[in-house]
Design a protein around this ligand. Structure first.
Ligand SMILES: Cc1cc2nc3c(=O)[nH]c(=O)nc-3n(C[C@H](O)[C@H](O)[C@H](O)COP(=O)(O)OP(=O)(O)OC[C@H]3O[C@@H](n4cnc5c(N)ncnc54)[C@H](O)[C@@H]3O)c2cc1C
Length: 392
């Protein structure tokens, strides 16, 4: 592909850069690693501001509040957003997953009702897929919905539901035909989290944060007009959402920024009368990480080339997900080695270097190897679809 930007793309990049440099909040570094329960209102306000600048969903069609930006501009947006170290988007799952899914499968009424409030984060969403017995094998899910007049009545349990305690709505997979083959009896519902019969129980992670939850449904009544796609066709709708989830994010998934911070840390850490950076073994290791991050960025461009040629997303998505999350894990583990005894300080402990941010990140680095299809599942995909290995 041609990596040079054309005049229009340059103009888009410059306008965005100027907006981000004027508007990214200066205190974001302070808020960045706070638990979501503290930072949620801050992040909601940020998304509103982003929308006011018409930057919240650049690739969405203009009629739905986007800029109808072509793929290349979306990529420029992702790169610039990450370069500016702008706040994470609290409405991420709705902006990137549910919104595009609704544009494809939703009724006009559903689009009109839900899309504007997704953009402004006036309503936030969570993703109700995983259950205690159904994660990688998602289609085995057991949460039931039974028709009763104009309603579906839902009973069952979801788990690992990120940000459910803050969400106004959930996009939910339910079984509507228990006798059909497992992929064929599933439906996709939009459910108001304030409905009677829903209980949300936060789960405490190893970092101490409460990022995700168990969600229980007991005789929850959901209007039939909240069904997306046809009844029992929810698997196709769910796959559309998953495709948006896996193809999201730049090639290096933000690891390059972490490597820059690691280099800055090494320059500050005293070691034997000099700094850790003066040790060539340390510089070598950080250079290795950087080479891998650059390779990932270019793998991202290969995926982009395919998409610009109108081809479906290739196996690069699985490769990037696998390699970026494992690189991130190694970067965080190396930071622990560099910090030595200081790595034992918890997040925000007095005397901790960088406020204990590195140990918090190290503990959080396993999560991305699990969500959006575990890394073992990505190994299977690469083995079968790229290397052509036989199924085990
Ligand atoms: C930080 C985080 C946020 C999440 N947020 C959400 C959310 O908002 N909504 C939601 O619905 N879910 C969410 N999840 C759940 C996530 O989608 C599941 O954890 C994931 O799909 C794996 O399912 P599981 O936990 O049931 O593990 P299992 O599927 O039971 O897997 C257990 C182990 O077996 C391995 N394994 C399973 N099948 C195979 C196979 N065929 N071949 C090789 N190995 C295999 C897995 O790789 C894993 O190591 C989140 C998870 C995390 C970590």
């Amino acid at each position: 592909m041609d990596l040079n930007l054309n005049a229009e793309e340059k103009q888009f990049r410059d306008e965005l850069r100027a907006w981000l440099s004027a508007n990214v909040p200066k205190d974001w570094a302070e808020w960045r690693e706070k638990p979501l329960e503290e930072s949620f209102p801050y992040l909601r306000a940020w998304q509103r501001k982003l929308h006011e600048g018409r930057w919240a969903a650049v690739s969405w069609p203009k009629e739905y509040g986007g800029r109808a930006a072509p793929l290349m501009e979306q990529i420029i947006f992702d790169e610039e957003y990450s370069r500016a170290r702008a706040p994470v988007l609290t409405g991420y799952s709705a902006l990137l997953l549910l919104g595009p899914t609704l544009m494809y499968w939703g009724t006009d009424e559903q689009k009109k009702r839900y899309l504007p409030k997704i953009l402004t984060a006036d309503e936030t969403w969570c993703q109700g897929y995983s259950e205690p017995g159904s994660g990688s094998d998602l289609a085995s899910l057991q949460t039931r919905a039974v028709e009763e007049g104009d309603y579906f009545v839902v009973n069952g349990q979801k788990v690992w539901t990120s940000a459910a305690q803050h969400a106004d709505w959930i996009f939910l997979l339910v079984r509507t035909d228990p006798d059909a083959p497992k992929h064929k009896g599933i439906s996709y519902l939009l459910v108001d989290m304030h409905s009677p019969g829903i209980t949300v129980r936060p789960l405490v992670q190893i970092t101490g944060a409460r990022g995700f939850n168990e969600v229980f449904f007991e005789d929850v009544r959901v209007p039939k007009k909240n069904l997306v796609g046809e009844k029992n066709q929810g698997w196709q709708v769910a796959i559309t959402t998953l495709m948006f989830e896996r193809s999201g994010g730049g090639g290096d998934r933000g690891v390059a920024g972490q490597i820059r911070e690691l280099a800055a840390l090494a320059r500050r850490l005293p070691r034997g009368g000099a700094t850790a950076w003066d040790d060539s073994a340390v510089r070598q290791k950080i250079a290795e990480f950087q080479c891998e991050a650059v390779a990932l960025r270019y793998t991202g461009y290969r995926q982009l080339t395919r998409r610009l040629k109108g081809l479906p997303p290739g196996p690069e998505g699985s490769m990037m997900k696998l390699c970026a999350t494992e690189l991130n894990l190694r970067v965080q583990t190396f930071a622990m080695e560099l910090l030595g005894p200081y790595s034992q300080f918890e997040y925000r402990a007095p005397f901790a270097l960088d406020k204990g941010r590195w140990s918090y990140r190290m503990l959080g680095a396993r999560g991305p190897t699990i969500y959006a299809g575990t890394n073992q599942i990505q190994h299977n995909i690469i083995g079968e679809r790229v290397l052509g290995l036989p199924k085990g």
